[in-house]
Design a protein around this ligand. Structure first.
Ligand code: PAF
Length: 279
C-alpha cells in the first residue's frame, strides 16, 4: 500500500483517504464523495476497512461488529474508489517473536471527556490505528464523519501535534429520513428499538428549540435533566451521557446557548449509539 501511495505521490497525484471499519452505508459513501471532490478526477481515493481491536473495550461489541467485505467492496467499486485497503491484524499489529504491541499514540487533552471517559482506552486505539493508516496510505486529505465529533477533534489535534502532513476534513452527518444518524451499529436494533432510537435526534431537536427560545441561554444542568427525563420516556433507552461544550476546545459549558455543541450517547437495549449537533 505504502509503495503504491509513494508512486502516486511522486507523480503529483493527490490521495484522498476514508478510513472505516466497514459495514459501509450511505454515510460512509458521502465521505468517499467528499474525498473525490477534494482530490479531483486525477486524484486517487483510498478506503480502508479494518475493525480495529484496540479501540474496543473488553465488554464491547468487537466480535459481533458487522462485517461484510464482499458487499463493501461492491459499494466501493460502484462509487469509483481507486483502492480498497483491508489490512490484516498481522499487518497492523505485527508481533515478531510473539512480542506484544507496545507503541501507542495518545492524545491527552480532548480525549479525556465524553467517549474517552465512557470508553477508557478507546481514543488510544483510534489515534494509534489512524496514525498507522496515515503512515501506510500517505494521504493528502483524510475525511471523517461529523457523527464522531470528538473523534474528529482528537485526530485533528494528533495530526497537528505530530506534524503529520494530512488535511483533515469533517463531512456532515448523514441521517435517515426520520433523523436517526446513520451508523453501522443501527443494524443491531430490533424494529421496536429502531423506533425508540429516534429519541437521540428528538432530544437534539428539543434542545435546539429550548435554546432558541431562551434569550440568555439555559443552565446546562437544567437542560441535561430535562433531556434525560425526555429520553427516558422510551422504555428501552438509557442515557450514558449528555454534554454541552465549546465546539473548538471541547470544554464543558455551564450555560447552553446558540452555537454550543451538544453530544449524547445512549444505550438502546444493548446497542450504544451516539449523536451530536451544534445548537
Ligand atoms: O470511525 C471509525 O470508523 C473508526 O474509529 C476509524 C476512524 C476507522 C478508526 O478505526
Amino acid at each position: 500500500m505504502q509503495r503504491a501511495a509513494l508512486g502516486w505521490r511522486r507523480r503529483g497525484i493527490k490521495i484522498g483517504f476514508v478510513p472505516t471499519m466497514g459495514s459501509l452505508h450511505a454515510g460512509h459513501m458521502s465521505l468517499v464523495t467528499e474525498a473525490r471532490r477534494r482530490v479531483g478526477p486525477r486524484g486517487k481515493v483510498f478506503v480502508s476497512i479494518y475493525v480495529n481491536p484496540t479501540q474496543f473495550g473488553p465488554k464491547e461489541d468487537f466480535s459481533k461488529y458487522p462485517r461484510d467485505l464482499a458487499r463493501d467492496a461492491k459499494l466501493c467499486r460502484a462509487a469509483g474508489v481507486d483502492a480498497l485497503f483491508v489490512p490484516t491484524d498481522a499487518e497492523m499489529y505485527p508481533r515478531p517473536e510473539g512480542a506484544a504491541h507496545s507503541t501507542y499514540v495518545v492524545e491527552e487533552n480532548l480525549s479525556a471527556t465524553m467517549e474517552g471517559a465512557a470508553r477508557p482506552g478507546h481514543f488510544r486505539g483510534v489515534t494509534t490505528i489512524v496514525a498507522k493508516l496515515f503512515n501506510l496510505v500517505l494521504p493528502d486529505v483524510a475525511v471523517f464523519g461529523a457523527k464522531d465529533f470528538q473523534q474528529a477533534a482528537v485526530i485533528r489535534r494528533m495530526v497537528r501535534d505530530l506534524n503529520i502532513p494530512v488535511k483533515i476534513i469533517v463531512a456532515p452527518t448523514k441521517r435517515e429520513l426520520d433523523g436517526l444518524a446513520m451508523s453501522s451499529r443501527n443494524k443491531y436494533l430490533s424494529p421496536d428499538e429502531r423506533r425508540q432510537a429516534l429519541a437521540l435526534w428528538q432530544a437534539i431537536q428539543a434542545a435546539r428549540k429550548r435554546v432558541r427560545a431562551a434569550r440568555r441561554g439555559i443552565p446546562a444542568a437544567t437542560l441535561k435533566k430535562q433531556l434525560r427525563a425526555f429520553i427516558h420516556r422510551q422504555s428501552a433507552v438509557r442515557v450514558d451521557y449528555i454534554e454541552f461544550f465549546n465546539p473548538e476546545t471541547l470544554l464543558a459549558e455551564k450555560t447552553v446557548r446558540r452555537g454550543t455543541q451538544m453530544a449524547l450517547a445512549v444505550f438502546i437495549g444493548k446497542t450504544r449509539l451516539i449523536d451530536n449537533a451544534r445548537l
